[in-house]
Design a protein around this ligand. Structure first.
Ligand SMILES: Nc1ncnc2c1ncn2[C@@H]1O[C@H](COP(=O)(O)OP(=O)(O)OP(=O)(O)O)[C@@H](O)[C@H]1O
Ligand SMILES: [Mg+2]
Length: 252
């Protein structure tokens, strides 16, 4: 059993079958990549895992509990965080404030659960956020406006905003999209460091095969909403199903 178990998930948008009978099992403490051409349904699948979309049928179990029907913030509190395809940061706030926001959300969520117990003062939260920024090598940028950061740093900030919540599962939708090679390599190193330091499972959607082969232990190939193959990186190179996914027809 994986920490994430997706079974028979279907999602239609009008006449378009965006996901067709998707099964996916992600093992705890692994990095699992989902690859496939544009429009394959990768982001739609992620949206179904975090409560942004409701599948038409199927089940999504995380850590033994169903995520379906739960609100995005409830799923977040279960331990799933997501880095979006387009970074979702607060451009007019400082880098530090951006990282403090999820801490407040987490504290206030917990506050509602345990009415008389506060989980962290503002000073603790500031310390936690500063520590997180050190972990992602952004401590020197903590007073900058988030909107003025480079694309690579915005991604890094978004990762810090996710990681400060100490997720069990981190979902990354094209974390290196539009980055120069040096920034991409920094991101790979950062994700490796995070993986080495924490008990964390990562599910990463990527078009850049250099990133996929540097990080992934398992790879699922998605085409037209359906997984074609799940394999180790060694076994997936030159696999006919990968060519099928990218060319739209069987090449065997
Ligand atoms: N909200 C929506 N309404 C209608 N169609 C949608 C919606 N979201 C996605 N789609 C369609 O569903 C299909 C899958 O889209 P999705 O964004 O999941 O693909 P993707 O694999 O993430 O692609 P990319 O690699 O370009 O990010 C596409 O044909 C897309 O146009
Ligand atoms: Mg996408």
């Amino acid at each position: 059993m994986g920490i994430l178990e997706v079974k028979g998930v279907n999602k239609r948008f009008g006449g378009l079958q965006a996901l067709g009978d998707v099964n996916l099992s992600v093992k705890q403490n692994t990095v699992h990549a989902i690859i496939g051409p544009n429009g394959a349904g990768k982001s739609t699948l992620l949206n179904c895992l975090v409560g942004k979309l409701m599948p038409d049928s199927g089940s999504v179990m995380f850590d033994g509990q169903s995520v379906l029907g739960r609100k995005p913030h409830e799923i977040n509190q279960m331990g799933i965080s997501r880095v979006f395809q387009t970074p979702e940061i607060f451009a007019d706030l400082s880098v530090l404030e951006n990282v403090m926001i999820p801490c407040f959300a987490r504290r206030d969520g917990a506050f509602r659960l345990h009415a008389y117990e506060t989980v962290g003062s503002e000073r603790d939260i500031r310390g936690q956020a500063e520590h997180m920024l050190e972990d992602v090598n952004m401590a020197d940028k903590r007073h900058m406006h988030a909107g003025s950061l480079s694309r690579g740093d915005k991604r890094r900030l978004e990762m810090a905003m996710c990681l400060v919540q100490e997720p069990k599962l981190l979902l990354l939708d094209e974390p290196t999209a539009g980055m120069a090679r040096a920034d991409t390599n920094n991101t790979i190193d950062l994700l490796k460091e995070i993986k080495a330091k924490r008990d964390i499972t990562m599910c990463i959607i990527e078009h850049d095969m250099h990133v996929v082969f540097s990080l992934a232990e398992r790879i699922t190939v998605l085409a037209q909403g359906t997984p074609l193959v799940e394999e180790t990186p060694e076994n997936i190179k030159g696999h006919p199903k990968v060519r099928e996914a990218y060319l739209g027809e069987a090449q065997v």
